[in-house]
Ligand binder design. Sequence first.
Ligand SMILES: [Zn+2]
Ligand SMILES: [Zn+2]
Length: 321
Amino acid sequence: MRAWVVERPGPMASGPLALVEREVPSPGPGEVLVRVEACGVCRTDLHLAEGDLPPRRPGTTPGHQVVGRIEGTGERVGVAWLRSTCGRCRYCLRGQENLCPASTYTGWDADGGFAEYVVAPADYVYPLPGDVPAERLAPLLCAGIIGFRALARCDLPPHGRLGIYGFGASAHLTAQAAIARGATLHVVTRTAAARRLALELGAASAGDRPPEPLDSAILFAPVGELVPPALEALDRGGTLAVAGIHLTDVPSLDYERHLFQERTLRSVTANTRADGRAYLELALAHPPRVAIAPYAFDEAARALTDLANDQVNGAAVLVMD
Ligand SMILES: [Zn+2]
Ligand SMILES: [Zn+2]
């Protein structure tokens, strides 16, 4: 089979990915072999390619928003970021398996979906409908699920004022989930196309800064410099959740300006399977509008380069030919 691998982590311009021929993997006990139909491209894949996240094994295939069919049964499933947890530690036992110290991740600890086939533990794949185009489902699997957890983590009150910083794949899905709950949404992003998309999806504003104090905010851009202004833009008692797995350094905070009046700063760490099931149930019952930027399988490096250059509007998806 053909598979993309992270060969030499580094800036996209240095060509960190290689397209190679590999044996089709064999599923072990409790695993399924999935023939890939489409795989979403996430900023985390870019962090893995560029080395912001250090490799956990050499020559790993990225990609953790896989829609495909189980070989043999033909059942449609999704393979997402959370690949396994121990099931026994204090975090797993109290419903926070996303914090399991032994958790493993698709495309980081094991080969992911930038390939024609992927192997995954059966207990960690999500059943998906067979009659929806694969490229529409793929972005739900990380962009959607992680955004859904970030929305929970930012404690948005009913009909609250929500700020979203950065407007890529995850943000545009999260925005729709928030507006469906009655939120007033303010989007902060530099790119003109993203501002247009935000307004089309129902944002009250899209610009350089929110025009009113916010109850809650989610930082999707992996930019630590945005943390102080995002905290400052919160109303008293507001919460800022950082959605990404990687963030550049956060500048020093001024207690009075950025945190006092019980403002809260939180991280978001992956997701539990319960988050995944809850989000997919919602998204399949009330399908969000998914802005898709499709790429052919052999264009994976170009997709990641476009993502690095903020040239993807919506969600990039590799579609198998
Ligand atoms: Zn555990
Ligand atoms: Zn992701």
